[in-house]
Design a protein around this ligand. Structure first.
Ligand code: PEP
Ligand code: MG
Length: 574
């Protein structure tokens, strides 16, 4: 028996036999070719073959009703036309007489590097997509067979170096009980898919010494994998697995019911959404509305900006599943380290502190108002609220709000129907905004705390840095102080306040966030059932004391230890 520690990526316990998924490629070298025309033909033939295969896979998953995975494949198909990928590869063949494999790898590596640098999860997923589609093209060029997880035997634990989006798109999920990968992080594609399927997953394991059919225990809560367990360990984990399954089934069956604490306090639970597919799935996962619509997805991977009509159509599709619930639409949050190809700006020395979020929108009023008009028109008949990202000062908020007024005037003058009574609020994710929250709350209709960026900017620690991941902690007393201040400020002005950073979906943070009086928590759909269940296990009357203790403690790790102990004791009492 051996025990291996990795990163917990999707919770729960699974016991099964390993299925080792091998996708290794031979080491490829550069080669000069005699005929660039022949090489271009080889590349085009590979592109066509891969496109045909991806379309076939897309049809298959669509027929099985798996729209999320169909969407991944549709996106990959788009990369087969992408000038920065295949266009670049063609150029290297033509200009440098490179062989197609090397030309493709160069273009792919450059693009992956560019996307992977960006902090937002969306871009990291696109980096996986590019890598995936490039490996498919390479295997085709090299005449290697397709690697597939479609035929895994029942009760398999899939073990891989990493899993690409199209691997998981075709994976036999009925037969897969858990996923383990050597590389990856808690926000990698594998982790996201495992959470959406609801199976345990451990990533970042390094080498895992297994062959096919080894017995494995996967503990997705602790991030532990046990290979060839002894009988006593097996018995212990079987009991834990049964208890986990009972808890999960209970939580899922109550996911669409509202969440009240034991003593009757209601908290609105809403979803973070980044595509029409996610919006469609959110209500069945228990979302009462959308707490954060990240609109960036509409603007990326294209050389022209989406016009008002296109944006209007997409927003309508996203709002449709929510006839009554609140829908918080965040205006474009790009800039910084990610330039939109369609919006050329001068490079900045320190882009994280540069023209990001609302600052970029304010510097491009036409682009900003096009988005605002599309939102306001699509909002007719819905409770839509407009939210600005990265606001640092009351002046930025005022200027943003003025643009909303202008957009409404433009629509009314043109006789176009719009929802002129949308609330207008802002994210609190820059420390200055939290510090000035009492003044800003007089003017904003609501706040939503972006704990991801608030942590990054308060502690001056890059949220994506591998060196700082354990220290850039939202439980740090400085961050807790700013969150508490924000909630107090909103309530003093009679405004509502939500949390939409990752912390909102973390059950450990719940006693603190409820204790300070947060009105709404917004998180990825897959976390809702569990969080609602955690709310049902708390009593609001006890939480003021919990908050007091959290704010007194000197470090994030001490806050975590205290909250873990509190939750354990609370669980034992109820
Ligand atoms: C945040 O910063 O907490 C947030 C929700 O925004 P994003 O993660 O999109 O930057
Ligand atoms: Mg943010």
């Amino acid at each position: 028996m051996t025990r291996h520690k990795g990163i917990p990526a999707s919770g729960g316990i699974a016991i099964g036999k390993s299925y080792v998924f091998r996708t290794d490629l031979p080491v490829l070298g550069d080669r000069k070719v005699d005929s660039t025309a022949d090489e271009l033909r080889r590349l085009d033939a590979a592109i066509q073959a891969v496109a045909a295969r991806l379309r076939e896979l897309e049809r298959g998953v669509n027929e099985n009703g798996n729209s999320e995975r169909a969407e991944i494949l549709a996106l990959q198909l788009e990369f087969l036309d992408d000038p920065s990928l295949v266009g670049e590869a063609r150029r290297s063949i033509q200009e440098q007489s490179l062989n197609a494999e090397a030309a493709l790898m160069r273009a792919s590596d450059a693009l992956v590097e560019e996307f992977a640098k960006v902090e937002q999860e969306y871009f990291k997923q696109r980096a996986d997509d590019i890598r995936d589609v490039s490996v498919r093209l390479l295997r085709t060029l090299l005449g290697l067979p397709e690697a597939s997880l479609a035929e895994v035997p029942p009760a398999s634990v899939v073990v891989a170096r990493s899993l690409a989006p199209s691997d998981t798109a075709t994976m036999n999920t009925a037969n897969t009980v858990a996923i383990c990968t050597e590389v990856g992080s808690a926000i990698s594609h594998t982790a996201i898919i495992s959470r959406s399927i609801g199976i345990p997953s451990v990533v970042g394991l390094g080498g895992l010494p297994v062959n096919d059919y080894s017995q494995l225990i996967v503990d997705g809560d602790e991030g532990v994998v046990i290979v060839d367990p002894d009988e006593e360990t097996l018995v212990r984990y079987r009991q834990r697995k049964e208890a986990w399954e009972t808890r999960r089934n209970g939580a899922l069956s109550r996911a669409t019911e509202p969440a009240y604490t034991e003593d009757g306090r209601h908290v609105e639970i809403v979803a973070n959404v980044g595509s029409p597919t996610e919006a469609r799935r959110a209500p069945e996962l228990g979302a009462e509305g959308i707490g954060l619509l990240r609109t960036e997805f509409l603007f990326l991977q294209r050389n022209t900006l989406p016009d008002e009509a296109e944006q209007y159509d997409v927003y309508r599709r996203i709002f449709e599943p929510f006839p009554t619930g609140p829908i918080v639409v965040r205006t474009l949050d790009v800039g910084g380290d990610k330039e939109l190809p369609s919006l050329k700006r001068l490079p900045e020395g320190n882009p994280f502190l540069g023209l990001r979020g609302i600052r970029l929108s304010l510097s491009e009023p036409q682009v900003f108002r096009t988005q605002l008009r599309a939102i306001l028109r699509a909002a007719v008949g819905h409770d839509v609220r407009i939210m600005f990202p990265m606001v640092a000062t009351v002046d930025e908020f005022r200027r943003g709000r003025e643009q909303v007024r202008v957009a409404i005037r433009e629509l009314e003058q043109a006789g176009t129907a719009c929802n002129a009574s949308c609330q207008v609020g802002m994210m609190i994710e820059v420390p200055s905004a939290a510090i000035s929250a009492f003044q800003i709350a007089e003017e904003a209709d609501f706040f939503s705390v972006g704990t991801n960026d608030l942590t990054q900017y308060t502690l001056a620690m890059d949220r994506t840095s591998a060196f700082l991941s354990s220290q850039a902690d939202p439980f740090d007393p400085a961050v807790l102080f700013l969150i508490e201040r924000t909630v107090s400020a909103a309530h003093a002005a009679g405004k509502w306040v939500g949390i939409c950073g990752e912390m909102a979906g973390d059950p450990l943070a719940l006693p603190f966030l409820l204790g300070i009086g947060t009105d709404e928590l917004s998180m990825v759909g897959g976390r809702i059932a569990k969080l609602k269940e955690a709310i049902r296990g708390l009593a609001a009357r006890e939480l003021r004391d919990v908050v007091g203790e959290c704010l007194r403690l000197p470090s994030g790790s001490e806050v975590r230890t205290f909250l873990a102990r509190y939750s354990e004791e609370r669980g034992a009492r109820s």
